[in-house]
Ligand binder design. Structure first.
Ligand code: GLP
Length: 255
């Protein structure tokens, strides 16, 4: 893992945006994996800024969302497909239909999961997968206790995740769906590169487990220890339980 502890959210967004600009300059038709939650929002704002400056274009790019709630009505503002449209996709120049997410309104969620996995494969695979991390160590919606090699699947959300995400539903846990569709840990592992952003002390334990803990279904993000091109961008608070922090910094500075 390449791990950087950066001084501010702005700096994290800037370093992350540099990675996108470089990838899209080298490969304008790259396939992006997009994430929701609050962690990636400053990055999306930075990419919109750079797009407006003419520094990057998404017109030949396709993108796949990590996950989606099951059971929300199609137009619900907190549906992840709607979230990404509002926060990012509609603000840059993706072609119509270029950004896809799992179909959380499908009658047959198992089929929807298989179709989504097949669509990712048919695209040639994800070049750069963006990730956040849950306080319980989930990535996408892969909750603790699942297979470390799962493909896109439906999933029951843990109570902790529903409590964490209640902030997007007027603070009312009962409004947070109980089910979701998510890329699996195996799906994420197939991305050519992954970029995980975590900020805040509430993520510190999950970050320390992810980077330095034993690989375990109890902390799903630990599977990233097997990835050969994973970049982790942290603020001070999220990094404060890392034991080998100075070493990571030295490695980062030497890149
Ligand atoms: C949700 C999403 C995850 C995200 C996590 C953390 O559960 N499914 O993809 O990483 O929230 O979100 P935040 O960045 O808001 O802390």
């Amino acid at each position: 893992m390449k791990i950087a502890v950066l001084e501010s959210g702005e700096r994290i967004a800037s370093v992350a945006a540099d990675m996108y600009c470089k990838l899209l300059a080298d490969k304008p038709s790259a396939v992006l994996g997009l994430a929701t939650g609050s962690s990636p929002v400053p990055l999306y704002d930075e990419l919109v800024k750079r797009y407006k400056q003419g520094d990057v274009s998404f017109k030949d790019t396709t993108a796949f969302l990590l996950d989606e709630y099951v059971g929300l009505p199609a137009g619900h503002p907190e549906g992840y497909r709607n979230f990404i449209e509002r926060v990012f996709a509609s603000r840059v120049d993706f072609a119509p239909g270029a950004v896809r997410g799992p179909d959380g309104t499908a009658r047959d969620v198992r089929q929807a999961a298989e179709d989504y996995e097949a669509a990712i494969r048919a695209s040639g695979g994800i070049d750069l997968q963006l990730l956040g991390i849950g306080t319980d160590g989930h990535i996408a919606f892969n909750e603790p206790g699942g297979s470390l090699s799962s493909l896109t699947h439906s999933q029951v959300l843990t109570e902790q995740t529903r409590i964490d995400n209640a902030r997007f539903f007027d603070g009312d846990v009962s409004q947070v769906p109980r089910f979701c569709l998510t890329q699996g840990l195996g799906t994420i592992g197939r991305a050519s590169s992954v970029l995980l952003i975590a900020q805040g002390a509430q993520k510190a334990r999950a970050v320390a487990e992810m980077v330095e803990g034993a690989v375990s279904a109890l902390w799903p993000a630990t599977v990233l220890q097997f990835h050969n091109d994973a970049t982790i961008l942290l603020d001070e608070d999220a990094a404060h339980q890392l034991k080998l922090r100075d070493h990571y910094q030295a490695e980062w500075d030497a890149l």
